[in-house]
Design a protein around this ligand. Sequence first.
Ligand code: C2O
Ligand code: CU
Ligand code: CU
Length: 554
Amino acid sequence: MAGFRRLSRRGFLLGACAAAVGGPAAYGQGHAMRRIAPNRASDSFNPDVELELICKCDVKSILTGRPTRVWRYVGNLIRGPQNALTELPETYLGPLLRFAAGQKVRIRLRNELPEATITHWHGLHVPMLMDGHPITAIDPGETYVYEFEIRNRAGMHFYHPHTHEATATQVYHGLAGAIIIEDEEERALGLPSGEFEIPLVIQDRSFDDDNQLAYAGDMHTSMFGFYGDRVLVNGRCNFALDVASRPYRLRILNGSNARIYKLCWDDRTPLTVIGVDGGLLEQPETRPYVMLAPAERVDLLVDFSGRRQGSKLTMLSGEFYGLIPPMAQRMMGSELGMGAEFPLFTAKVTKASSDTWKLPAKLSTIKRFRNEQIANLDDPIPIAITMAGMAMLLNGRPYDHDDIQPRERIPVDTAQLIEIFSERGDTGMAHMGMMGGHMMCRGMSGMRMMRSRMGGMGMGMGGGMMGMMSMAHPIHLHGQQFEIVERSFDGDENAYDSIRYGFIDSGLKDTVLVAPGECVRIVKPFSDFKGRFMYHCHNLEHEDAGMMREFSVE
Ligand code: C2O
Ligand code: CU
Ligand code: CU
């Protein structure tokens, strides 16, 4: 079994600049996507920052020996502060973009790839036509002009393609980058900055014998997502940081297609978490480990003070269970199994420092919605996740741009309660749920009711399918950040114990990991902009296979 993946890997290799076809998109819904004409610069928009981002084919040295053909973002600053665009050293990743709250930003995206693409600013609150919606995709040779104002508070975000059925392959070949937003509230804290603030983008990749990126476009990948056999941090293998014995701010983004990490230090020093997707927490939290699913971010304050020169600390992904079916885990082999322990990067103390900066007890204030401000307190909008064979569905339906369902229409400037959970059982269950018109978990009692209708967990056909197919899904909603108000669980407690202390639910989020057996309630505002905003699984293979829908904000 261990050799299954290697044998079945159909050696999808990227030609010098060939189109990235042949990935799991082949298993997707195959719907044609209508397009609109590329947006142009408007004379009435006066940008504080203007830059050009070119999507192009390139080569980069990643492993020793032959360089690797990649696709990447190359940036040029046209106007604005110098720090708006900085290159990370020796990487295929796009430049780090740094904006300030309130700035007006113009980005000219030019497509020099052999296929259509479009870029999404994951985490930013922007209008639909600035959001990288697949209908705005541009063909080779075209330019799309984005113009938007930074409405977010301080935080770290993620830009990546959002091309219809080609997001996974385009990200995989290198199109990804980080965005940092700064604001006054955060600046006043005097957090470690400059060389002491380090963005770290974690991804996993596989290479063939010729050092080229290998992507298995097989059924296993399409169902469970892509899992590489090497970890890259900021596009580099065996990533090591040289640090001084003082506090650092490590801003970590999981840029992987599907892999979930359990961040922990090898000497079990607890992690001090100061922020997540949507920016700073109200106060720091100390955790033994942090779970980080695709697209999630975590902001860590790491104090190396008192550590000897020459000492090392390694960030691991620790052991965990229950986020992927055991069968799928076995097929992945042992090199870098999901849930196995392996190193991510190392910090080496190479300099002494006498900096004695102390982390403040209070970091920020998060405005939370009161019950009276929630439009649908008694009637949450469901996001039911279904995986049934090749069918990847939300609320029983695959992605389609013109298929808005009644519960997907949302009045602008409202805050909505949303309930996210995995459907138990097979497709039969999904239909049963839909026909009843009550697809929601309604606390745990609802879950139990659904289960007993299926003949009990682990019994009968439904139960059997459930065990085989249930996996965790990182669910992402475009637009404004949301609050996680409740997480309930009904399932394998032993497995859950290996992950449950790693969820940071106290901050604002745009992506939430929903484990099998969990029901997660969130409150999300839909302010300022009408239009279509996507919500989807950020396991990119699932997204491309149809596990995506849209809200129509009206
Ligand atoms: Cu990071 Cu819709 O995606
Ligand atoms: Cu997004
Ligand atoms: Cu998924």
